[in-house]
Ligand binder design. Structure first.
Ligand code: IMP
Ligand code: MG
Length: 187
């Protein structure tokens, strides 16, 4: 069964509405600003495509100089709600992170496989520090435990879409984060 014309129709439950997300992102931005008090380069590494919307809002909530870089990785096959366990780099950084503070900006940590891989990969490029901010976390699904400095919300073990998160590349443009109806979780 494909996606409906109106993406809102495919949501069974709104977990986080726009206002709740916006308020939390402001707090995260303030905490991140306070954690990097100097004027050394802070590189936000946005993990595409899921963190697109989050990084756009978060960077404007951070009150200091930042540089943005993007990586695209994939651990899911299209139209799949289970991680494949293998991470592929589809797009690498365009700038250097050597000697810089790096903050990985992720949409959701599920099994932890993607962030574990990315943290190790970026640590190999001699940055000064590598930390993680993720908007969402599904603790019930964790396979690899990794330290996450900032987290927006813990959510139950349900497949969610919206605010950048997709199913088969759809629903990223929803302003809320909602649970995708089970009958829509098929390619
Ligand atoms: P992990 O490697 O299992 O932690 O998976 C991380 C990636 O899987 C995230 O960056 C998302 O792109 C995707 N993902 C995990 N759970 C969901 C979900 O509920 N909705 C949409 N994407 C998800
Ligand atoms: Mg992602």
């Amino acid at each position: 069964m494909g996606a409906s014309k109106n993406p809102h129709d495919d949501i069974s439950e709104v977990l986080l509405d726009e206002a709740k997300i916006a308020a939390r992102v402001k707090v995260l931005g303030a905490e991140i600003t306070a954690a990097y008090p100097g004027n050394d380069e802070l590189v936000l590494v946005s993990v595409l495509k899921g963190s697109l919307v989050f990084v756009g809002d978060l960077m404007r909530a951070i009150d200091r100089n930042v540089r943005i870089d993007v990586m695209e990785v994939s651990s899911y096959g299209g139209g799949n709600t289970e991680s494949s366990g293998t991470v592929r780099i589809l797009k690498d950084l365009s700038g250097t992170i050597e000697g810089r503070d790096v903050l990985i900006v992720e949409d959701i940590i599920d099994t932890g496989i993607t962030l574990n891989y990315l943290t190790n990969y970026l640590a190999g490029k001699s940055p000064r520090s590598v930390k993680i901010v993720t908007l969402l976390s599904k603790p019930a699904r964790r396979v690899v435990e990794i330290p996450v400095e900032w987290m927006g919300f813990e959510i139950p073990d349900k497949f969610v879409v919206g605010y950048g998160l997709d199913f088969a590349e759809r629903y990223r443009n929803l302003t809320c984060i909602g649970v995708l109806k089970t009958e829509k979780q098929k390619a």
